[in-house]
Design a protein around this ligand. Structure first.
Ligand code: GDP
Ligand code: GDP
Length: 433
């Protein structure tokens, strides 16, 4: 699994500046998709071939007992708890503050590795900057400048050194789908409905609270794995444990599957949290099936209203198939599998170079890339660069002049030509010299 790195520190030390720097490349992929809201506190980063999650914990105010600050401290503690390692940021220009000491005291007691980072140290001498912060008792302070990018790569190499390069989840030779959604939408009811009828082959107990349960089963003699973020509640159990919603768990599950089943609640408006989860799915490029749950017994007007709400707020999921189901009554659950199978096949599709190049030529014949001044970008050929999501690498000249609109046009055209249902597809440009 990808390691999770939590950024911790009192306000104003530069956490979000560092967060933005670490997540920049991934953001660029989805930055201009209309309607996509993203929680700015969770993101993906990568150093070399090592991907990781990064969590900006917002504020750390462990001493305040009530109100918003208390809530922030609680979330920060949860983030630290779920993280594989912690980057604790202090401010070179201000020096040690009492708040830094309180945070350091807490971090000295946790079991994960903690890296002490002195930010805003551009133009200062590393040894002098570091000397002052030894006192915090967290080992060698590392001087960086988040806003200038100095020392950041070195920091992340150190942080990630203990972690192995993760296996590619997409190598799974059968559908491995994650059931995700915010609390109470019906995830565990759905997983129970799915497993109620199927032959369960293996069942993984989670190691920690942030881990999902992995269940292998067969349906119509075909293998599947469900990544269950809710934790199956045993049927007939009297008390229901309300699970703490864990964004990290959800992100891990999305990363570690090849198809996501996003569960929405027809009896609640589409919320910010739904959109955030959908945003993660888009960011990773996973195949997607949407299950709008609790559909039974709603009258027509309400159903129309729900569909409009979803269409408006989640318009960036237009590539996914939507199902309207009742997990409680087991209605529509079987149909989900048709879409899971289709989405899986589309995500893993193999597109031969001659076919892709022909498709590219057809797309260009229909609509040429626009001129940029005196030059017109020339698209020569295409080959596949990856699966889940399928990546099409287009070679040619002057490709840097291709506008985003044409980029999207190509993506849509390939999806249509190869009839890919349920997966996004990405186009990358490569200059041929
Ligand atoms: P957060 O509250 O911890 O998330 O801090 P921010 O990232 O919002 O940064 C607080 C202020 O410090 C902003 O004005 C940043 O521009 C500034 N800042 C962040 N990193 C650096 C740095 O490396 N050097 C300098 N000089 N300023 C920085
Ligand atoms: P989770 O937190 O997403 O795992 O949600 P649960 O599966 O625990 O369900 C939350 C609540 O919604 C429970 O009271 C379920 O009985 C109820 N629920 C789940 N599916 C349906 C459904 O299809 N229709 C209705 N009306 N209620 C449902």
């Amino acid at each position: 699994m990808k390691p999770t790195v939590a950024l911790v520190g009192r306000p104003n030390v530069g956490k979000s500046t560092l967060f933005n720097r670490l997540t920049k490349t991934r953001d660029a992929l989805v930055a201009d998709i209309p309607g996509l809201t993203r929680d700015r506190h969770y993101g993906h980063g990568r150093v070399g071939n090592k991907p990781y999650f990064v969590v900006d914990t917002g504020g750390f105010e462990p001493v305040v007992q009530d109100g918003i600050m208390h809530e922030m401290a609680r979330q920060t503690l949860q983030a630290v708890d779920e993280a594989d390692c912690v980057v604790f940021i202090v401010d070179a220009r201000i020096g040690i503050t009492p708040q830094d000491k309180v945070i350091a005291n807490h971090l000295r007691q946790i079991s994960q590795p903690v890296w002490l980072v002195v930010n805003k140290s551009e133009g200062m001498q590393q040894s002098i900057v570091a000397a002052e912060f030894y006192e915090l008792g967290l080992g060698d302070p590392l001087a960086i400048s988040a806003s200038h990018g100095e020392g950041v790569k070195h920091l992340m190499e150190l942080v990630l050194e203990p972690f192995e390069v993760v296996d590619d989840a997409t190598l799974s030779d059968h559908p491995k789908f994650a059931v995700v959604g915010r609390p109470n939408v019906g995830k565990s009811t759905l997983v129970n409905a799915i497993l109620g009828e199927e032959r369960v082959i293996a069942f993984d107990q989670p190691g920690t609270t942030r881990d999902s349960i992995y269940i292998e089963f067969e349906r119509d003699s075909r293998p599947y794995t469900v990544v269950d973020t809710a934790g199956v509640r045993r049927r007939g159990k009297v008390t229901e444990v309300i699970e703490k919603f864990s964004v990290v768990k959800t992100m891990q599950a999305i990363e570690d599957c090849n198809v996501v089943v996003l569960v929405l609640d027809a009896r609640q408006d589409v919320s910010e949290q739904d959109a955030t989860i959908a945003g993660f799915v888009l960011e990773t490029g996973r195949a997607l099936v949407v299950a709008v749950n609790k559909w039974e017994g709603l009258d027509v007007a309400v159903r129309d209203q729900v569909k409009r709400d979803i269409g408006r707020k989640l318009n960036f999921l237009e590539f996914a198939k939507f199902h309207f189901i009742s997990a409680l009554q087991g209605k529509g659950v079987g149909d989900l599998f048709d879409s899971i199978d289709t989405a899986y096949k589309a995500a893993m599709v193999k597109l031969p170079t001659p076919k892709l190049t022909r498709a590219l030529q057809l797309a260009v014949e229909k609509q040429q890339p626009p001129r940029a001044g005196a030059v017109r970008p020339k698209l020569r050929y295409a080959h596949q660069g990856g699966v889940n999501p399928p990546v099409v690498v287009v070679h040619g000249n002057a490709l840097e002049h291709i506008p985003d609109s044409y980029w999207r046009y190509l993506e849509h055209t390939f999806v249509k030509m190869f009839k890919l249902q349920g997966t996004p597809l990405r186009v990358q440009f490569k200059r041929s010299d």
